[in-house]
Design a protein around this ligand. Structure first.
Ligand SMILES: [Zn+2]
Length: 119
């Protein structure tokens, strides 16, 4: 399966192949994956690993059928296993996700002063 291609000719993620062969999970749509990769700026939210080709998709509510962007956090395999083992708490995962969401919405948690425009 190495070098497998999607119908549109784009290379498949390694985890796509893994999920198709090993589990009954519903594959995450390509569009969702690209959004998730953009969300984390191609860097693991927990350890700054940038090897996105090997990143996993963690379902925050642990429901593999919930492929909503807000339910999935992309991260490196090491940190994913830490979540699975409980070394990283679910609250911490949710906090990261909330922070990214706010960043996308242009929400600024730290206001340093009023912005004024003097023309
Ligand atoms: Zn990591």
């Amino acid at each position: 399966m190495i070098g497998a291609r999607a119908v549109d000719g784009s290379p498949l993620f390694i985890c796509d192949i893994y999920m198709e062969n090993k589990t009954k999970r519903i594959p995450i749509p390509y569009k969702t994956k690209s959004l998730l990769q953009k969300e984390i700026s191609s860097t693991c939210p927990f350890c700054s690993n940038e090897d996105v080709d090997h990143f996993h998709f963690h379902h925050i509510d642990e429901n593999p059928k919930n492929n909503n962007v807000s339910n999935i956090l992309m991260l490196c395999p090491i940190c994913h296993s830490k979540i699975t083992k409980g070394d990283i708490a679910r609250e911490e995962v949710e906090q990261k996700k909330t922070r990214y969401k706010h960043e996308q919405e242009g929400y600024c948690p730290i206001r340093t002063g009023n912005i004024s425009f003097d023309f």
